[in-house]
Design a protein around this ligand. Structure first.
Ligand code: GLC
Length: 552
């Protein structure tokens, strides 16, 4: 039975979310793989949000036809909105970026800007393709997504070496391109796993996005046969094996090098960056919904995932969360504490708290900070990590609301004139020299250093819908609509308010185009949110009070 036949209004008794702790306490053999279908049901019918009330209100307001379930509409044709003229232009621009391999569409190139040197922007990037893929899925065109998933999976099998050093089997490429041999007329795929990338860093996020996209495809089409293929099952296991192995780690978070995700240059995003931890958590949950327990490898992987999810959500909710109360606590921390009774477990020195945070932190609101490691808290706010935390339910419902409160009360800083800052604030002066290594592309309020990235609009919109705050997304989309098309879809904007087209920004940047389309389609039909959002797992109950978590 395909998911398309599912009545989205099914009864609450079917809504039991996947019970993590039940699994943990059960012997291995009881782990049954029958879940993905039930999970999909529950996630869909719960209302795709943490706050059913607000989601329903929103839907009643904006979607008079009722929820369309998984039967995705062909966008604007059937909606109650007048389609914005930019939508048609965006679709045309997006279609021009499609890449074909052996006559099949397999992805979209990063940018179609002939005025700039192509560098690697003529390649299909895994992370960049995600919003394109969601746009195609929402528009009822899943083939390109399926082809992409299979081709990149095949590339995962290639030998990956940087100089004489071999990378793990599970690593997924950052990008790939189609090579045409003029004489033989043959086409081949060439992938980059970091061996050509600036800084030679492997993309940790690619594998996570691949798993997240596989679930989005499965949810959107109801086609379980793709994720159930042995090669897809193996692909997921290989990706996660890279992250779930035991070693010297004392934290459940994933240790990373700088530049291993969207921010792919040195920006002090090393150690345990929120951008990676949130994607890691989401990929673990997506894999759990798709992995089959019909082999020992499958069962073992599921068990490891379940254990890691518990530890990871506890760690993140306890130590990465910052709000006014928590900031005040850190400000008054004692240091040099030893043994299990320590309150300041990581020995953070209060003097290392940057001045800007005291003004930035509203009385109401909070967020997951950029990084936590021994004696180091990176207080910067990162858009992708916080939105993914909401979508994956890494945040508690209260934390999700607090993140939205923060965005609302710090609108000028985080959204300004163009949604959305990749991180806040920018690094300047001596700190810029030390942290970026004098990177001329990452000067203050530019590119990865506090620049504004239109692609992030889709993540913001999804988070807004999930938390029942569609009006925030509407405001952000209105802002984007005043500029994006006129400015030819820039990759990023510069300045404290994001008012200037980025110094070295590409035009016709594909994910700026696709991000806008996805945001529009989700707002028009919020049931699309289900393909990129996961319900809260009731068994991963958070520590109720920050103080208690900190002390235990
Ligand atoms: C830049 C971005 C990276 C993106 C790539 C292609 O390097 O930092 O996130 O994937 O461009 O658009």
């Amino acid at each position: 039975m395909g998911l398309k036949n599912v009545d989205s209004q099914c009864s609450l008794s079917e809504l039991d979310d996947y019970d993590l702790s039940r699994l943990l306490s059960k012997p291995r053999l009881n782990i049954e793989r029958q879940r993905s279908f039930d999970d999909s049901l529950s996630e869909l019918s719960i209302g795709l949000g943490l706050n059913r009330g607000s989601y329903d209100n929103f839907e009643a307001m904006y979607s008079p036809r009722g929820r369309t379930g998984l039967d995705t509409p062909t966008s604007s044709a059937r909606n109650s909105f007048e389609p914005h003229p930019m939508v048609a232009e965006a679709w045309e621009a997006l279609r021009r970026t499609m890449v074909f391999f052996k006559d099949q569409p397999v992805g979209t190139i990063a940018a179609l800007d002939s005025s700039e040197e192509a560098l690697n922007y003529d390649q299909v990037f895994v992370r960049d393709f995600v919003p394109s893929a969601l746009a195609f899925l929402m528009n009822g065109e899943p083939d390109i997504v399926k082809n992409f998933l299979l081709r990149t999976l095949w590339l995962q099998g290639s030998e990956k070496k940087i100089d004489r050093f071999k990378l793990g089997e599970g690593v997924m490429p950052a990008s790939f391109k189609v090579l045409h041999d003029a004489t033989t007329k043959r086409e081949t795929l060439a992938a980059d796993f970091g061996e050509s990338a600036i800084g030679r860093v492997a993309p940790v996020d690619s594998g996570f996005w691949w798993i997240i996209l596989l679930r989005a495809y499965t949810k959107s089409t109801g086609d379980l046969s793709l994720s159930e293929r042995p090669e897809c099952q193996r692909g997921m296991r290989l990706i996660l094996t890279l992250c779930l192995s035991e070693g010297f780690d004392t934290f459940p978070t994933l240790l990373c090098a700088d530049g291993c995700s969207m921010v792919d240059r040195r920006m002090g995003v090393y150690g345990y960056p929120i951008e990676i931890q949130a994607l890691f958590f989401m990929a673990l949950r997506c894999a759990l919904a798709m992995l089959k327990a019909d082999s020992n490898e499958g069962k073992e992987c599921i068990e490891k995932i379940v254990e890691r999810l518990h530890a990871l959500s506890y760690h993140m909710r306890s130590y990465f969360w910052l709000d006014f109360q928590q900031l005040n606590k850190i400000y008054r921390y004692k240091t040099e504490e030893y043994s299990h009774t320590a309150v300041n477990k990581f020995n953070v020195i209060p003097d290392s708290i940057p001045d800007w945070i005291f003004e930035f932190m509203p009385t109401r609101g909070g967020y997951f900070i950029g990084n936590v490691s021994p004696a180091r808290m990176d207080f910067r706010w990162f858009a992708l990590g916080n939105c993914i935390a909401i979508l994956s339910s890494l945040t508690t419902p209260e934390q999700s609301m607090a993140i939205m409160d923060l965005i609302e009360s710090r609108w000028e800083e985080l959204v300004g004139e163009m949604p959305l800052k990749v991180c806040y604030p920018a690094i300047e002066n001596h700190e810029w020299i030390i942290v970026t290594g004098c990177d001329p592309k990452n000067t203050r309020w530019s590119y990865h250093n506090g620049g504004s990235w239109p692609v992030l609009l889709w993540l913001l919109t999804a988070a807004c819908i999930k938390t029942g705050r569609p009006q925030i997304a509407r405001r952000a989309i209105d802002l984007a609509e005043t500029r994006l098309l006129k400015d030819s879809w820039p990759e990023y904007y510069d300045g404290k308010l994001g008012r200037y087209i980025g110094k070295q920004a590409r035009k016709f940047q594909t994910w700026s185009i696709a991000g806008y389309l996805v945001a529009k389609m989700m707002l028009e039909d919020p049931s699309h949110l289900g393909m990129i959002s996961l319900e809260e797992d009731k068994q991963m109950k958070p520590v109720l009070k920050r103080s208690s978590s900190w002390n235990c």
